[in-house]
Design a protein around this ligand. Structure first.
Ligand code: DC
Length: 226
């Protein structure tokens, strides 16, 4: 039996395959895919372009009050979710390694987390959501019907991310990329608000030795079992 409502959360570190798996699972269930990382990337871009000092909380809050983020559903199974920031298409811009780090940095700011968590919970009210991120099972949707935590060794994740970047026409320095992934893991796991950690009740899947289809099938099987 396939579920007709509910929220599925898929959390884990960067490059573990969350987006690909979440898109596949959402498609198989006719659920909406919610890419929370895209929202942090977009706020990272906005704050970077605004030139605001990140330590100035009231300036950050003011900037966020005047920020409009619209998510555009992915065009296909392999495509990323698109984003319109204040009326401008920033879909490609937010996917650079530089914006990955910026997203990780701004995601530690209370004003940013408050705004995006609220937005995500609002979207979640429609139900039938596959939410992907770092804190979707622990903070954003603590009552989600199914929670998953994907994990894999940093080297495995670096190679996957390198392939993705090459496919989108970007040059890759593998050593620098590995270092960035480990730095981002550290930032995301050690920040004081909503750090990356697995929800106690989450199903843990090591994606290192499994294909995308195998991971998606493992998730779907647990969901089908109810
Ligand atoms: O999933 P991603 O690589 O697009 O996420 C980019 C950064 O955004 C990630 O390093 C940390 C932050 N993030 C977060 O703090 N909480 C989320 N739910 C999703 C992303």
């Amino acid at each position: 039996m396939l579920p007709e409502s509910g929220i599925i959360t898929i959390d884990g570190p960067s490059g573990v395959g969350k987006s690909t798996i979440s898109r596949k699972v959402a498609r198989a269930l006719s659920f909406t895919y919610l890419d929370t990382g895209a929202m942090y990337r977009t706020v990272g871009l906005k704050l970077q372009e605004s030139g605001i000092e990140l330590s100035e909380e009231s300036a950050v809050r003011h900037c966020l009050e005047n920020t409009r983020i619209e998510l555009v559903p992915a065009a296909g199974e392999r495509a990323d979710v698109g984003v319109i920031l204040d009326g401008r298409d920033v879909s490609r811009k937010i996917r650079s390694p530089e914006m990955s780090m910026m997203a990780s940095t701004v995601s530690a700011l209370p004003a940013v987390r408050e705004k995006l968590t609220r937005m995500q919970q609002e979207i979640g009210k429609q139900g039938k959501i596959v939410a992907e991120g770092r804190d979707t099972g622990t903070v954003v949707f603590p009552d989600a019907s199914w929670k998953f935590y994907l994990d894999a060794a940093p080297e495995v994740r670096m190679h996957r991310r390198a392939d993705q970047l090459r496919q989108s026409g970007r040059d890759v320095d593998e050593k620098a990329l590995l270092q960035m992934i480990m730095e981002r893991d550290h930032n995301d796991q050690t920040r004081s608000i909503a750090p990356l950690c697995r929800a106690e009740e989450a199903h843990v899947i090591d994606t290192g030795r499994l294909s995308v289809d195998e991971v998606a099938e493992a998730v779907l099987q647990i969901v089908r079992e109810g």
